[in-house]
Write a protein that binds this ligand. Structure first.
Ligand code: GLV
Ligand code: MG
Length: 346
């Protein structure tokens, strides 16, 4: 760990000062687009008005022969489309792949001043973040980039999960982390063939009662990892996200997975298919009824101290803080979405 005084020093002469606080942005969904597909690239301008973040994916799901076309397509997208307040991210290839170095050098060189965040896959430990951090500082200095490009790690290896806290605090460039359930399942030798979500065989069975059929309930195989990720991110002041849900034919399952993550502390999820955008919007914008209750808590305890009863439920300093979390998020949603502002009465 660096001495505290050095932690916020730029890593290259001429690189911008690292941020002390993350920009306050609504990032309910990180919408993945394949930049090598011209037809889909053409729709990105319109998509950018519907989502909080557009991410050009260069890694898994891009065919090997399209890797350089995806990189070039992303650069074209970044140069030609007006993203307005929508975040612009890219997922580069893994650091040990043949493409990562050119992904970083070309993208930062061409559109580094437009790029908000680089998503780094298969992060095993803080050493991966340190490498990218240093390289980005050198490139920012070379290209006179004024605003530091942030790093978002995918938590998708067993080693990464072991090192989650060190990854979260590896650099002031850390924006957040996403759970990558597909690669993580493979890395752990889980016996599944899915991209996120539950599994019918991962369940708890009620006790036997004679011959009566035994009730069972599916459990969330991602609970443990999401909990570790949320704690690591919250403690470091960065943002946790659920990642992909691959079964596009199961919107109900997708919503349940997203909602578990939201309730546990995640701020958003990936949307791989346009049908998932509304799901993420619904889940990661707080429920108007919860917001109304949170307002009652704040109104009943304006200075956030003491204890009051509302509808038979005890409220104190801690529920006041929970209410603030919901209201602060509702205010960010309301600032972007007039319909939600009306539903929140904000
Ligand atoms: C995402 O990259 C995953 O592996 O789930
Ligand atoms: Mg992955």
């Amino acid at each position: 760990m660096k001495p505290p005084r050095q932690f916020f020093s730029p890593l290259a002469q001429g690189a911008p000062e690292p941020l002390r606080e993350l920009p306050v942005r609504l990032e309910r969904m990180i919408h993945f687009v394949p930049p090598h597909v011209a037809k889909l690239r053409a729709r990105v301008g319109e998509l950018a008005r519907q989502v909080d973040v557009i991410l050009g994916n260069l890694e898994d799901a891009v065919p090997l022969e399209a890797k350089t076309a995806a990189r070039a397509g992303f650069i074209e997208m970044a140069k030609t489309i007006d993203f307005g307040a929508t975040g612009l991210w890219t997922r580069i290839n893994a650091l040990n792949s043949p493409w990562a170095l050119d992904d970083i050098i070309e993208i930062v060189g061409e559109v580094g001043d437009r790029l908000d965040v680089i998503m780094l896959p298969k992060v095993d430990g803080p050493w991966d973040i340190h490498y990218l951090d240093q390289l980005l500082a050198q490139l920012e200095a070379r290209h006179r980039i004024k605003r530091p490009i942030l790093i978002h790690a995918i938590l998708e290896t067993a080693q990464g999960v072991n090192n989650v806290e060190a990854i979260a605090t590896a650099s002031p460039r850390m924006h957040g982390m996403s759970l990558g359930p597909a690669d993580l399942a493979a890395s752990r030798a889980m016996k599944t063939t899915r991209v996120g979500g539950g599994h019918p065989d991962y369940k708890v069975l009620a006790d036997a009662q004679g011959e009566a059929p035994r009730a069972s309930a599916q459990q969330d195989p991602w609970h443990y990892t999401i909990a570790r990720m949320v704690d690591a991110c919250a403690a470091a002041g960065i943002k946790p996200f659920y990642g992909p849900f691959g079964d596009f034919s199961d919107p109900v399952g997708c919503e349940a997975q997203f909602r578990n993550a939201f309730l546990m502390g995640c701020v958003g999820a990936w949307t791989l298919h346009p049908s998932q955008i509304d799901i993420a919007k619904r889940v990661f914008s707080p429920d108007p009824a919860e917001v109304a209750f949170a307002k009652r808590i704040i109104a009943a305890m304006p200075d956030g101290a003491g204890a009051v009863m509302i509808d038979g439920k005890m409220q104190d300093d801690a529920t006041w803080k929970q209410a603030k979390v919901l209201l602060d998020l509702a205010a960010r949603v309301a600032a972007k979405d007039p319909d939600m502002a009306a539903r929140y009465g904000l």
